[in-house]
Design a protein around this ligand. Structure first.
Ligand SMILES: Nc1ncnc2c1ncn2[C@@H]1O[C@H](COP(=O)(O)OP(=O)(O)O)[C@@H](O)[C@H]1O
Ligand SMILES: [Mg+2]
Length: 585
């Protein structure tokens, strides 16, 4: 319920509107039902032996109120008139309920959207390092399931509030008939609620378990299907079945437990309520000598109160199942915000002379990756960094891009430390060609421009040309509008890599970094990329890292990394040094 109040505070106007309209609807319902009493007085002649005065006047406050109302409206409380009033109040109630349902629908959708956007923005703002430790699939579950379940919890909360208001309306009507009997009914409802509390606790637990299992299922599914090709190729796809089946069955067990507990809750409520009702009837009939017409209305009202209370409890159990999703979602958002990328730097970067790593030390946890590294990447040149795999080449690029920061030393752009520079602006000047090319399931055009509005078809074609991709793109059935398949599966490794190079070039960056960008290419294509790099050098600065020495051929200067130490080498010396460095791979 905490969630309902929390969201009610966030969307106060909508909540107040919904509650007021539901309250009016509830009151109208109570009012319509109050009319039953005078109706019954007409139908059932009063019992013999009752005092004449009492019969003549009215046997309860409710009946008096109704009689007063008719007098006020200048109507005779005839059967026809009473029936008409009942009909009008029912129609009015339905109309109000339609309006409030519409409002609820809008608000629930808005809450889900707001939560989705909040999650999305936090995800986008988080540091790259965050994603090295967290499972992306869990975020998918948060985005789809948890936002939906949270907004459902709010919808259920509104319905629960409406049911409670309706119960109150019946109770007020019942009070006007007999205060004692109503108090007794309230007491009974409270006892039923307290007796069934432990089932509610169980339901809450199953809700939390479901949230966790759903996350697990989606995360494992995404993980496994990303390597589905190799699983299939080695006939290990049953492994996916086994791993996912386990979670699916756990989810089934929890769902069964939840349904059972909820069923139990529902099943126990009715006999309990009936027992109390039976006792109530006995007491009112035998001890309190309430007139029969009042008695019937009373019974009706109290059974409705009990039914509403039952409904409230049911809704409550549903809310606590869905609510767990909201708390999980909030935890994820909080965690993301904790890892928000903050760029304290404000200086606008200018890349006129060089990028330099000055006495840089970098460790992942306890393992030291780079030791007192000095590297200079001069503007307008191709600098190659070569070394065995795992030697720290990608780490160097991540430092230059500012995805990670050194524990000691500085990364400088034209002598200005990266901490002082506006990171976003710096990265806007970079074209990044990653080691693994994962394309979007979209057209080549969109893969190159990434949907950036001010990039036109000509820009994409120029970039494809520069990346040496235009020839094969033109041969595709739809050319630049060809859809590349899931993660680019309909293209060869080398073709994907060239699309990825075009993506890095299209916004005309000052610096282009290639992370093993030629590793998936055959010698001829590699030569072509080298040629591309050389032609790009006129306008761009290039850093190319590789565990192969082929890149050295087109480099202006080179560094070799070994045991965390960077050593400048002459590009033509590469083969000798690198054969030493890459020994064993
Ligand atoms: N996020 C990380 N957390 C811990 N260790 C890492 C992380 N990323 C890379 N490493 C380790 O750092 C070393 C250098 O990695 P990397 O720079 O990617 O090497 P490469 O030269 O192949 O590009 C490797 O031993 C790798 O296992
Ligand atoms: Mg690498």
């Amino acid at each position: 319920m905490r969630l309902f109040f929390l969201l009610a505070r966030k969307y106060p106007l909508q909540t107040v509107f919904m509650l007021i309209s539901l309250l009016v609807a509830g009151l109208l319902e109570g009012f319509g039902l109050s009319m039953l009493l005078p109706l019954l007085s007409f139908a059932i002649p009063q019992q013999a032996g009752e005092q004449v005065t009492q019969t003549a006047m009215a046997s309860s406050k409710l009946e008096m109120l109704v009689t007063d109302l008719f007098a006020f409206l200048n109507l005779t409380p005839s059967i026809e008139n009473i029936l008409i009033v009942i009909l009008i109040s029912v129609i009015l109630k339905s109309a109000i309920i339609i309006v409030s349902r519409r409002q609820t629908g809008y608000t629930v959708a808005r809450i889900a959207t707001d939560l989705r956007l909040e999650l999305l923005r936090s995800m986008i703002a988080a540091k790259w390092e965050y994603y090295l430790h967290e499972r992306i699939g869990a975020h998918n579950s948060a985005m789809l399931n948890e936002t939906k379940r949270s907004s459902d919890a709010f919808r259920l909360g509104v319905q629960m509030a409406a049911d409670s208001l309706e119960a109150v309306a019946f109770l007020v009507a019942a009070f006007l008939v007999s205060a004692e009997a109503s108090l007794a009914a309230m007491g009974c409802s409270l006892i039923v609620f307290l007796l069934l509390r432990r089932y509610l606790r169980k339901v809450r637990k199953t809700g939390q378990q479901q949230t966790n299992l759903r996350r697990e299922l989606l995360a494992s599914m995404i993980d496994l299907f990303q390597s589905f090709k190799s699983l299939k190729a080695m006939a290990r796809e049953e492994l996916a079945d086994y791993l996912l089946e386990k979670t699916t069955y756990s989810l089934q067990k929890v769902q069964q437990k939840q349904v059972m507990t909820q069923g139990m809750l529902k099943a126990l409520q009715e006999p309990l309520a009936t027992i109390f009702l039976a006792v109530g009837i006995y007491v009112t009939l035998v001890y309190w000598h309430i007139p029969l017409s009042n008695m019937i209305v009373m019974l009706f009202l109290i059974s409705r109160v009990i039914k509403q209370v039952t409904k409230v409890q049911e809704r409550y159990s549903e809310i606590i199942i869905q609510e767990s999703a909201y708390w999980s979602l909030q935890k994820t958002i909080r965690n993301l915000n904790k890892h928000r990328e903050v760029s304290s730097g404000v200086e606008i970067p200018s890349l006129k002379k060089l990028i330099s790593l000055e006495d840089v030390n970098f460790s992942y946890g306890k393992s030291r990756i780079l030791k007192n590294v000095h590297i200079r990447f001069p503007v307008g040149q191709i600098t190659a960094v070569v070394g065995a795999s795992g030697s720290g080449k990608t780490t160097i690029l991540d430092l230059v891009v500012g995805l990670i920061s050194p524990q000691e030393g500085e990364v400088c752009i034209d002598g200005v430390p990266l901490q002082r520079i506006d990171l976003k602006r710096w990265r806007q000047m970079i074209g990044y060609v990653p080691q693994e090319t994962i394309l979007l399931h979209d057209t080549i055009f969109n893969n190159v421009t990434l949907g950036e509005k001010n990039l036109k078809k000509e820009d994409a074609l120029t970039a494809l040309q520069a990346a040496g991709a235009l020839e094969f793109v033109n041969e595709l059935p739809k050319g630049i509008d060809h859809i590349v398949g899931e993660r680019g599966g309909k293209l060869s490794g080398g073709q994907k890599q060239r699309i990825s190079i075009a993506r890095a070039l299209v916004h005309r960056p000052a610096l282009i970094v290639f992370d093993e960008a030629t590793s998936a290419l055959d010698p001829a294509s590699e030569e072509a990329v080298c040629e591309t790099m050389r032609s790009l050098r006129k306008h761009h600065t290039i850093i190319a890292i590789s565990h192969q020495t082929a890149l050295l051929k087109c480099a202006d200067q080179a560094y070799a990394i070994q045991n965390g130490v960077a050593e400048q080498i002459h590009p033509t010396d590469g083969n000798r040094l690198i054969s030493k460095a890459t020994n064993g791979i």
